[in-house]
Ligand binder design. Structure first.
Ligand code: PLP
Length: 409
C-alpha cells in the first residue's frame, strides 16, 4: 500500500483505503477496447438504461423555473414527505419526514450513519463479501470492521447470513452490524427469518443495524422483509436507501438516511458542514420518481429477471463454476474455486486472463472485503441478454480450453 506523499515537509494523514474495484476495471476495459477487442463488461453496478423520461422532464422543469439555489440541508420538504410516504406505504414503517435526511447518494448516507456511531476503536460487524464502503469508511474513522463470512450453502443454493458466527463476533466494543439486503455482491435476498434473527441480536446486545436496502425494488421472487417493518426500528436501525438503482439515477447523486428524529437533527448539522444540500433540481425530479408512474421501474425489473435467468443458465454450463439463482439486486457471485484449483490460477489471474484474452470483464471476489471472496467472481448482469450469453460463452470456451490443457500437462 502507498503512503501519503510529503508536501512542504508535511505528510497528509489521508487514511489508506481500498478504492472501488469496479472503477479500476472500467479503466482496464477501456485499454482493452482500444486494442480493437469487443469488450463485454459484467463489471459496473448500474442499470444500462437512462433515467426514465418523466423524471428527466421534472428536472428540466425545475431548471426552467430556475430552481437552482441551495435547499434545506435534509432535503426539500416535498421530497422528505415523498420518501416517508414510500416507506410507509411499502413497509408500514410510520416514518415521519423529520426522520429523513436526503444525501448526495446512498454513499453519503452510509458515511453519516457510520459517523453517528463509530468512535476510534469501536467495532462494526461486516458480513463478507461486502460492498466496500462500509468497512472502508469505518476504517477511515479509526473503527475496526470485524468480518464474518456469509455461509456458502453450495451450488444451486447460494449464501445466507451466519447468525451464530455474527453473534459470536459481538464484543463489548461492537456498535453496529451491517445488513445489506438484497446483497451486493451476491444478489442474495436474506430471508424474513434471518432479518428477524439479526434484529433479535441487535436487541439482545443493544446494537445498531446499518441497513442498506438500496436494491429493495430488484426482487425477483420470494418475500422481501425490510428492517423497517419492525415496530422498534427507531431503537436499532439506521436505514439507507437511494435513487441510483431503482430509477437508474446513479449520476444524479441522491440517496437518503432514515433515523430517529433527534439523531436526524444532529446529523443534519454534520451534513450542512459536508455538502450543504443535495442538488436542488435533482431533488424535484426525485419527488416525481417516487410519486410515479412506477410502470417503467416494473418493466426494468421484469427485464432484469429475464437477464438473471439467462446468466444463471449460461453460468451453469461453465465447467468448474457453481452458480445459484439470486433472488435480488442484479449481481451473481458464483464459486469458481474448483476451476481455479484445476487450472492453477488465482482469482485475480483468471479475471485478468478473461479480460485481456477475450475482453470479458468480471470482478474478482477478492475486491469485496475481506477475504471470503477468494475463489468467487462477481457478475453484474445489467447488460442485454445477447451480451450476457455471448460473454459467458467466451468464459465457457476459455474454461474448457484451460481445463483441457491442464489435463494434458
Ligand atoms: C449496496 C450499495 N450501497 C450503496 C451504493 C451506493 O449508491 P449511490 O450511488 O446512491 O451512492 C451502492 C452502489 O453500488 C451499493 O451497491
Amino acid at each position: 500500500m502507498s503512503t501519503n506523499p510529503v508536501l512542504n515537509g508535511l505528510r497528509p494523514v489521508i487514511p489508506e483505503l481500498l478504492g472501488e474495484a469496479a472503477f479500476v476495471y472500467i479503466a482496464k476495459a477501456r485499454e482493452v477496447a482500444k486494442k480493437g477487442i469487443d469488450v463485454i463488461s459484467f463489471g459496473v453496478g448500474q442499470p444500462d438504461i437512462p433515467t426514465f423520461d418523466h423524471i428527466i422532464e421534472e428536472a428540466k422543469k425545475a431548471l426552467d423555473e430556475r430552481f437552482t439555489g441551495y435547499t434545506e440541508t435534509p432535503g426539500i420538504p416535498e421530497l422528505r414527505e415523498a420518501i416517508a410516504d414510500y416507506l410507509n406505504e411499502r413497509y408500514g414503517a410510520n416514518v415521519s419526514p423529520g426522520e429523513v435526511i436526503v444525501t448526495t447518494g446512498a454513499k453519503t448516507a452510509i458515511f453519516l450513519a457510520l459517523m453517528a456511531y463509530l468512535n476510534p476503536g469501536d467495532e462494526i460487524i461486516v458480513p463478507e463479501p461486502s460492498y466496500p464502503a462500509y468497512p472502508e469508511v469505518a476504517r477511515a474513522l479509526g473503527a475496526r470492521p470485524v468480518f464474518v463470512p456469509l455461509k456458502w450453502l453450495g451450488e444451486g443454493r447460494g449464501f445466507e447470513l451466519d447468525m451464530e458466527a455474527i453473534e459470536a463476533a459481538v464484543t463489548p466494543k461492537t456498535k453496529m452490524i451491517v445488513l445489506n439486503n438484497p446483497h451486493n455482491p451476491s444478489g442474495t435476498m436474506f430471508t424474513p427469518k434471518q432479518v428477524d434473527e439479526l434484529m433479535d441480536i441487535a436487541r439482545r446486545h443493544r446494537l445498531i443495524i446499518l441497513a442498506d436496502e438500496i436494491y429493495d425494488n430488484f426482487i425477483y421472487e420470494g418475500d422481501f422483509k425490510s428492517v423497517l417493518t419492525h415496530g422498534d426500528w427507531r431503537n436499532h436501525v439506521l436505514y439507507v436507501n437511494g435513487f441510483s438503482k431503482t430509477f437508474s439515477m446513479t449520476g444524479w447523486r441522491l440517496g437518503y438516511l432514515v433515523t430517529r428524529r433527534e439523531i436526524a437533527e444532529k446529523l443534519t448539522r454534520l451534513a450542512v458542514n459536508i455538502y450543504s444540500c443535495a442538488v436542488s433540481f435533482a431533488q424535484k425530479a426525485a419527488v416525481a420518481a417516487l410519486r410515479g408512474p412506477w410502470e417503467p421501474v416494473k418493466r426494468m425489473v421484469e427485464e432484469f429477471k429475464r437477464r438473471r435467468d439467462a446468466i444463471v443458465e449460461e453460468l451453469s454450463k461453465v465447467p468448474g463454476f457453481e452458480a445459484y439463482t439470486p433472488k435480488g439486486a442484479f449481481y451473481i457471485f458464483p464459486r469458481v474455486k474448483n476451476l481455479l484449483d484445476q487450472i492453477r490460477m488465482t482469482t485475480e489471474d483468471f479475471v485478468e486472463y478473461l479480460l485481456y484474452k477475450r475482453g470479458v470483464v468480471a470482478l474478482p471476489g477478492t475486491v469485496f472485503p475481506d477475504k471470503a471472496g477468494e475463489g468467487y467472481l462477481r457478475f453484474s448482469y445489467a447488460i442485454s441478454i445477447e451480451k450476457i450469453r455471448e460473454g459467458i460463452k467466451r468464459i465457457r470456451e476459455e474454461a474448457e480450453k484451460l481445463l483441457e490443457e491442464h489435463a494434458k500437462s
